[in-house]
Ligand binder design. Structure first.
Ligand code: JBE
Length: 231
């Protein structure tokens, strides 16, 4: 509606050359699966590429997509997503556009197997477009979210009512003590990150307060384990 982004979808089969509208063929060197044909991809890409284009090939063999990459991509003028099937696109397509001076990346959204890159392209398009100024309603929420600059996952969120099905909102959030709330949120973020994403904590230095909060969590965890062993 605001013309902040424009998205086009293209059917690869429109660029097939033979009567069967074939887009893939058996791999040189043998092996299972089919490989997507370079002529077809070449024709399809030539039709949409211009000097501002960057080519993104979706493949499980690519670099893992993350928020940093989303931020970088959100500054680009034109992205072309080439959605390959799982077995991949003839590698000369990547080689050719690279040699023609285009930025070409192979990108994966994660270590799991999809039938094709289409859903991966949609995931990336959503993560990237919401970072473009004017797309998101409230720019504040971009700073505060998980995987934003601080590198922790977010603290748990609560809204009204203060009690729901017998479960109360943590007292501190109703206290109006903003310093305490901030500290509690940091502690919860640390706890969640340690429990669910220890990889995010592995290679980073903690502030004094962060170390203290993590120690507090250790003590609480030990106390809980002792309690459990009595029960
Ligand atoms: O993540 N990806 O970009 C993929 C593409 C095709 C198949 N599986 C994937 N994970």
């Amino acid at each position: 509606d605001k013309s902040l982004i424009e998205i086009g979808v293209h059917d690869l089969r429109d660029h097939a050359t033979n009567v069967h509208r074939q887009v893939d063929d058996t791999p040189y060197g043998g092996g299972a699966g089919m490989v997507m044909m370079p002529e077809v991809w070449g024709k399809a890409i030539d039709q949409v590429i211009d000097k501002n284009s960057e080519l993104i090939i979706l493949t499980p063999a690519g670099k893992k997509f993350d928020q940093r990459m989303a931020e970088e991509l959100s500054t680009k003028e034109h992205l072309i997503f080439a959605c390959g099937r799982y077995e991949g696109i003839d590698d000369r397509v990547r080689q050719y556009y690279q040699s023609e001076g285009f930025k070409v990346r192979e990108v994966s959204i994660g270590d799991y197997v999809l039938n094709g890159g289409e859903v991966a392209a949609i995931v990336i398009a959503e993560a990237v477009t919401r970072l473009i100024p004017g797309v998101l309603g409230n720019p504040e929420s971009i700073v505060d979210e998980s995987h934003a600059e601080d590198g922790y996952i977010e603290y748990p969120a609560f809204t009204k009512p203060a009690e729901w099905r017998g479960i109360k909102v943590p007292e501190v959030l109703l206290s109006g003590n903003h310093a305490k709330i901030k500290q509690w949120r940091l502690k919860m973020a640390l706890q969640r990150t340690r429990d669910q994403r220890p990889d995010l904590l592995a290679d980073r230095s903690l502030s004094k307060e962060e170390s203290r909060l993590l120690q507090e969590l250790d003590v609480e965890l030990k106390a809980k384990q002792e309690q459990d062993s009595y029960n």
